[in-house]
Design a protein around this ligand. Structure first.
Ligand SMILES: Nc1ncnc2c1ncn2[C@@H]1O[C@H](COP(=O)(O)OP(=O)(O)O)[C@@H](O)[C@H]1O
Ligand SMILES: [Mg+2]
Length: 503
């Protein structure tokens, strides 16, 4: 079921020959149970709680799960509510509606035409055509580049009495009939299919925008709609990381406005609504690492999971946003939580029971049996780490063997498991990178066993280094204290004199 090619690592010359699976879930090694459950969670939209020590692939699994979900199909918007601006309405549109709307909008934007294809009098009035010599040029240039005379367009455009009719139209436009006041435009009529209709020509850079009656009507309809703001876009990342989020980051907020949403001065409440991570994760994965750190906020996650919608309101009582609330904002996410074994009891129990009732809890592995097959998986991991780092060379056969040996040693040393390979792979990845850096410094074409040996030495924790030097950690501690008491630290003198200033 895994589908990954079995790595025949003994015949390899280097990790460059290892093929890395395209499926991100197949890149996770040694966590078969968790990966299987992640696949089910993606397919059936179930929740997941991953329990285990750091660096064993929990975040990796959560991310890979999100990549197995189909694309989001809904866009979430907040719409101005003219009857009660502090209660903006939520609007959910599916992909089809979004694209047909944008087509309508495009249509309402009219058609762009070359100035040469517009009526001569229109191009003259908009400043594209010189009234003296008939040459075309950019309306930005007041002087005709061909005949070096004023184009003569400015007179009409700047003086409303210069051209009585265009002045009149300009005023109509300014009155908001078309909503684009300020743009240079000419309104005329044309006869089409035996009927007279109004057409508008607008300046649009080097081109002219033509709006016929249909487009004008569409534009008017468009402007009649209540204003709205998209808070969760259709085109979004289905993986949302909410570790260490504050309450507002997690649940959304309504920004403060010093003018309190005053109709003219302020920003309307709907426009100040900010979605939370729970809303951004709609149709995707909400991943919370170190779940217990969320503390009391876990309760809100539980509510959001149950209701699949959660209101957005101003969360700071001192802010003008506090009086604003949008009800029923969708937040239908797959919840993936992660935590250490020790922290498990700090996970809110109703939240855990919710996960169990509609998903899975899984304890990740810290080591895997030292079998040929698992050694092959470890080699795949080595290749992945090297390729994803991108700055280090591949590992040769001697290095591969040395890393396998180290993985075996670590399973004993860290987790006290014999005949196994460690799955605390973030740290093992660190070792590979350190060895790779050594190879780079030496300009070596590949990582070798010697680089690994040196990196193992360097990767020792400070405690291990103390143990190596002084025989035991406590002995080392003793040395440190006594030496500090004998010789004064270089800061001793400075502290003394600083103190004495206050006596
Ligand atoms: N099971 C695994 N398979 C492959 N790589 C792993 C695995 N576990 C950890 N790694 C490597 O270590 C890195 C950190 O792992 P991560 O998923 O963040 O661990 P966790 O979330 O459990 O702390 C990953 O990006 C990956 O490079
Ligand atoms: Mg992590």
């Amino acid at each position: 079921m895994s589908g990954a090619d079995r790595v025949d690592w003994r015949s390899l010359e280097s990790t460059a020959q290892v093929s890395i699976p395209a499926d991100p879930l197949l890149r996770v090694i040694g966590q078969e149970e968790a990966v299987t459950l992640a696949r089910i969670a993606a397919k059936q939209r179930r929740h997941l709680l991953l329990v285990g020590p750091p660096g064993t692939g929990k975040s990796m699994i959560a991310q890979a799960l999100a990549l197995h979900l189909s694309r989001p199909t809904q866009e979430i918007r907040v719409v101005h509510n003219p009857e009660n601006p502090e209660r903006p309405l939520v609007e959910v549109k599916n992909a089809d509606e979004v694209s047909s709307e944008s087509k309508t909008k495009e249509f309402a934007e009219g058609e762009l035409i070359e100035p040469k294809n517009a009526p001569v009098n229109v191009t003259e009035r908009l400043g594209y055509r010189c009234r003296n010599c008939g040459a075309y040029s950019s309306p930005k240039e007041r002087i005709c580049p061909k005949c070096q005379k004023g184009k003569g367009a400015d007179v009409a455009a700047n003086n409303p009495f210069g051209d009585l009719m265009s002045g009149l139209f300009e005023q109509m436009n300014a009155a908001g009939l078309t909503g684009t006041a300020g743009k240079e435009r000419v309104t005329t009529t044309r006869t089409r299919f035996g009927k007279e209709e109004v057409v508008v020509f607008e300046r649009c850079g080097e081109m002219i925008r033509l709006l016929d009656q249909d487009a004008l009507e569409k534009r008017r309809d468009w402007e009649k709609q209540s204003p709205r703001k998209v808070i969760v876009r259709l085109d979004r990342n289905p993986f949302v990381l909410a570790t260490g989020s504050s309450e507002t980051e997690l649940l959304g907020d309504v920004r403060h406005d010093p003018y309190g949403g005053h109709a003219q001065l302020g920003t309307q409440p709907y426009d100040r609504v900010v979605p939370g991570a729970i809303h951004e994760a709609h149709e995707g994965v909400l991943f919370i690492d170190e779940l217990p750190h969320l503390g009391h906020l876990q309760r809100f996650i539980l509510t959001a999971m149950q209701e699949r919608r959660f209101p957005i309101s101003g969360r700071n009582p001192q802010s003008a946003g506090a009086s604003v609330k949008v009800e029923n904002v969708p937040c239908n996410f797959i919840f993936v939580g992660a935590c250490n074994i020790q922290d498990l009891e700090q996970v809110l129990s109703p939240l855990r029971s919710r996960v169990c009732g509609n998903g899975y809890e899984v304890l990740v592995n810290t080591a895997m049996p030292d079998t040929e097959e698992n050694r092959g998986r470890l080699v795949q991991f080595i290749a992945q780490e090297i390729v994803s780092d991108g700055r280090i060379p591949h590992a040769d056969a001697s290095a591969i063997e040395a890393i396998i040996k180290e993985a075996r040693a670590r399973a004993v040393k860290v987790d006290n498991i014999n005949n196994a390979l460690t799955l605390r792979l973030r740290e093992l990845g660190g070792l590979i990178r350190a060895a790779g850096d050594l190879a780079m410094v030496e300009n070596a074409p590949m990582i070798t066993a010697a680089h690994i040996a040196k990196a193992v030495e360097r990767s020792k924790s400070a405690e291990e280094q103390i143990k190596d030097r002084y025989g035991s950690y406590t002995k080392g501690l003793g040395t440190d204290i006594s030496s500090a008491q004998k010789e004064k630290s270089p800061y001793y003198f400075w502290n003394e004199t600083k103190d004495s200033m206050f006596h």
